[in-house]
Design a protein around this ligand. Structure first.
Ligand SMILES: *Cc1c(COP(=O)(O)O)cnc(C)c1O
Length: 431
């Protein structure tokens, strides 16, 4: 299996090369040259197939022999070694809970898979790799946890001082070992600027082999397909293809779901649930792609003004918008509706949604009101405890901190103070 750049100005590469590079040299996103058909036996026997086995069979064709079967099986077993329960909320809407991993958000699966793949690819090479990542909150924690203790890899995370939640900060700063957190006296854009500049700096690149753990990396994107298989495994009424609603920001997760469907997983209609950042809902209506500056919302992990993975979705549908619209719809949900939804769902069912899941639930409810025969599931991408203010405001109840998190919250914080100044960052990396 090879990957080409969607900008079509870079050489074709295998999975190993695509995972190490992240982005193609022409700045395009890598896309698989052909789409493998899912083994029909896997679908038929999915209810009696274990999670690691499902994940292994789904990802193997994409890895294309760059990792031998036994090592790949080991990697996926470690990637999916926590539960992915499908919980019903109402008689027509269930939630696939993706927050039972170490950092309580769905990015754990992609980060764990990618870190272990890189660890495998680099173990025989003499070079030491530095993963550089700027984070506004969730990504950094998942990457830190995913790469923690992986031989041959140092992780340097830049986060904006005073702008991540207390839980998120601990997830970045309490691990230590090969994970270093830089607390930047600035905002997320400053962090991102420092990282981008480091990638093109000759002195730094002569001294360190840098890579990014960006969400467009194929090794983070492709394993997100697993969620949809795990949901289908637990879906009771196999005669009715489930409607799938995905809270979407950069559109990597939903793109993985659409890929799973295109290659044979029997899923129904897809809904991209967005917050006020409505580039995709507008595009589906007007056929004009108009990136905007991201606006801040309660579902902050989806505050993306120019979703980079959408080009992959267009490619899946051969760039045909009309065809895409038969499978995908999109809706923008306001913060007010998000809070109301958390409240309503809690009052009527007792289920506590986080703001991202609430955006998805509302979009799903609107769709089902017009499709009386349908039912389906949402992806619940974060634990409500990561967004305690919004959830407490809506439910009037305190969110209980899970045990795993309580011990993390006791750990001391280790962070290096950094000014938003490239020379200072550079001397840190060279020092
Ligand atoms: C990153 C994230 C999203 C958005 O996922 P994309 O793949 O970027 O669309 C949704 N919810 C949570 C909690 C996230 O961390």
């Amino acid at each position: 299996m090879n990957y080409y750049s969607l900008n079509h100005k870079a050489p074709v590469v295998n999975f190993k090369e695509a995972a190490i590079r992240g982005q193609a040299p022409d700045k395009g996103l890598y896309f698989p040259e052909r789409l493998p058909a899912i083994d029909k036996e896997l679908i038929k026997n999915i209810e009696v197939t274990g999670e690691a086995e499902i994940a292994f069979r789904v990802i193997k064709p994409y890895v294309g022999g760059t990792i031998p079967d036994d090592a790949l099986y080991q990697i996926v077993s470690e990637t999916v070694n926590f539960p992915f329960p499908l919980q019903s909320i109402t008689d027509r809407i269930a939630a696939l809970e993706l927050f039972h991993g170490p950092t309580l958000a769905f990015k754990d699966v992609g980060a764990r898979f990618m870190s272990r793949c890189l660890g495998y690819f680099l173990k025989d090479e003499k070079k030491h790799v530095t993963v550089l990542v700027a984070t506004s909150g969730d990504t950094g924690g998942a990457v830190a946890s995913g790469f923690y203790g992986v031989e041959g890899i140092d992780v340097v995370i830049l986060y904006p001082k005073n702008r991540v939640s207390p839980v998120q900060e601990k997830q970045l700063t309490a691990l230590g070992k090969n994970i270093t957190a830089l607390e930047v006296n600035g905002n997320f854009d400053d962090c991102q600027r420092l990282v981008k500049q480091a990638f093109i700096d000759k002195d730094i690149n002569a001294k360190r082999f840098l890579t990014s753990a960006n969400s467009i990396n194929v090794a983070r994107w492709l394993p997100q397909q697993f969620y949809y298989f795990f949901a289908y495994k637990q879906w009771q009424d196999k005669q009715t293809a489930p409607v799938v609603t995905v809270p979407s920001g950069n559109f990597g997760n939903i793109c993985a779901g659409l890929l799973a469907k295109s290659t044979g997983l029997p899923l129904g209609h897809f809904i991209a649930a967005c917050n006020a950042n409505d580039v995709v809902p507008s595009f589906l209506q007007t056929a004009h792609w108009e990136p905007k500056k991201a606006v801040a919302t309660l579902s902050n992990a989806m505050d993306v003004g120019d979703p980079s993975n959408f080009v992959r979705i267009m490619q899946l549908f051969d760039q045909l918008l009309l065809q895409l619209k038969t499978t995908l719809s999109a809706e923008s949900i306001s913060d007010a509706a998000t809070i109301n939804t958390i409240k309503d769902v809690f009052d009527t069912t007792g289920y506590v949604l986080d703001p991202h899941g609430a955006v998805a639930f509302k979009a799903m409810e609107n769709y089902l009101a017009e499709h009386q025969q349908s039912k389906g599931f949402i992806l619940e991408t974060a634990h409500p405890v990561k967004f305690p203010d919004a959830v407490q405001q809506a439910t009037g109840k305190e969110v209980r901190v899970p045990e795993a998190l309580q011990s993390l919250m006791q750990q001391p914080k280790h962070a290096i103070a950094m000014q938003p100044d490239f020379e200072m960052f550079k001397s840190y990396l060279l020092g």
